[in-house]
Design a protein around this ligand. Structure first.
Ligand code: SF4
Length: 234
């Protein structure tokens, strides 16, 4: 843990107390070329049980990295009700392999859906609100966001403060794709079989298509609309 930087004390609406964190700029500089495991190790040591991990189970890369540091880390899955069967199978296989400390959030039965209410309301009810619920009482969270996901994510920081005032850690943001691919092979990371079927980013089935050749990996998400993010990372 960096202790030399000027501490920044964060304010939250309703929150457990947590330690002052080091200056974000210094922290991002320090982690720019660090391995994701080093970044996760810092987050676990800094935030302990007040840290969780979120994943869409398009693969188990972040999960594999995180449980190698802390097998008890809470793993949050937002079950929108519209995941591909293949994604839910990745979840089942991950649970069998890692015995995850899993938390599944589900929307109300009458939650907005994409057909009746549109994408924005659907994502809010089935993703954003669920994440808000999962993060209540937490101080920090790990996400699998990467800069090479899309142009919109190209300058994503490694450590940031989210709109709730929580610390959001993106351990893989700056991880070179070749290094990540090597890790996937060496650790037999579970991948969604849809990747072998032309998909390059897997979300809910009503809003996920195969992208055009050479396009951003996430360009198949909400294809045909101007939407590029569900709101979880805003
Ligand atoms: S990605 Fe599509 S189906 Fe999934 S929550 Fe958002 S709008 Fe709804």
């Amino acid at each position: 843990m960096t202790t030399t930087a000027t501490p920044v004390l964060l304010t939250r609406r309703s929150a457990p107390t947590h330690p002052a964190i080091p200056d974000l700029d210094r922290l991002n500089d320090r982690f720019e070329s660090a391995h994701p495991v080093e970044i996760i190790r810092w987050a676990v040591s800094m935030f302990g049980d007040s840290l969780c991990l979120t994943t869409s189970f398009q693969d188990t890369l972040l999960v594999d990295l995180a449980v190698s540091v802390d097998p008890e880390v809470e793993v949050v899955f937002l079950d929108t009700g519209f995941h591909f069967a293949e994604t839910l199978d990745v979840l089942r296989r991950a649970q069998a392999r890692y015995s995850l400390h899993l938390r599944v959030e589900r929307p109300d039965p009458d939650a907005a859906d994409v057909w009746a209410s549109g994408q924005e309301a659907c994502c809010k009810a089935r993703k954003v609100d669920l994440l808000d619920c999962a993060l209540a009482g937490k101080v920090a969270w790990l996400s699998g966001l990467r800069r090479d996901d899309s142009g919109a994510r190209a300058s994503a920081p490694i450590v940031e403060v989210d709109r709730r005032g929580l610390i959001k850690v993106n351990p893989m943001a700056a991880w070179p794709a070749d290094d990540a691919d090597t890790y996937v092979r060496d650790h037999d990371v579970i991948r969604n079989p849809l990747f072998a079927d032309g998909y390059t980013s897997v979300g809910c089935w009503p809003c996920t298509e195969r992208p055009a050749p050479g396009a951003d990996p996430r360009s198949g998400r909400w294809a045909g609309s101007t939407r590029t993010e569900c709101g979880l990372h805003l």
